[in-house]
Design a protein around this ligand. Structure first.
Ligand SMILES: [Fe+2]
Length: 130
């Protein structure tokens, strides 16, 4: 069962951001489902990899827009992105080295991060883009 679903409440009012976020919700759910269904490490690792790739692309799109409008909160916003990417990269490394398991605790962490980042940080950005 999906970990969470898209809610109109997540709309920040910028089409490219909302479209990206819808896809991210799907990818976090895919990752969660793969673990819940007891998929092998290779499959779970690959699904996480896809999620990371898309997340980086999405962050890049937001960051380009921030630079384009000379967004005053750029550095703080980018820091949130960078911290998440580095946390997940560490996780992927521990998993690849066999030092850690990927568990639903991680998908829940990603869900909570995404929801709170959307509702606070991205909402401020969307307002500035208007
Ligand atoms: Fe963001």
């Amino acid at each position: 069962m999906a970990l969470f679903s898209w809610s109109d409440d997540f709309n920040v009012g910028s089409k490219f951001i909302d479209d990206d976020h819808k896809k991210l919700v799907k990818l976090v759910n895919d990752f969660h489902d793969a673990m819940e269904q007891g998929r092998g490490n290779d499959v779970v690792g690959k699904v996480l990899h896809n999620l990371v790739i898309y997340t980086k692309e999405h962050f890049q799109r937001e960051e380009s827009e921030m630079q384009r409008i000379n967004y005053p909160r750029y550095l703080a916003h980018k820091l949130e992105h960078d911290q998440l990417i580095s946390e997940v990269a560490q996780l992927q490394k521990s998993f690849a080295d066999g030092r850690a398991m990927l568990t639903v605790k991680i998908s829940k962490f990603l869900r909570d991060w995404l929801v709170s980042h959307i509702q606070q940080t991205d909402r401020l950005l969307a307002t500035a883009l208007h």
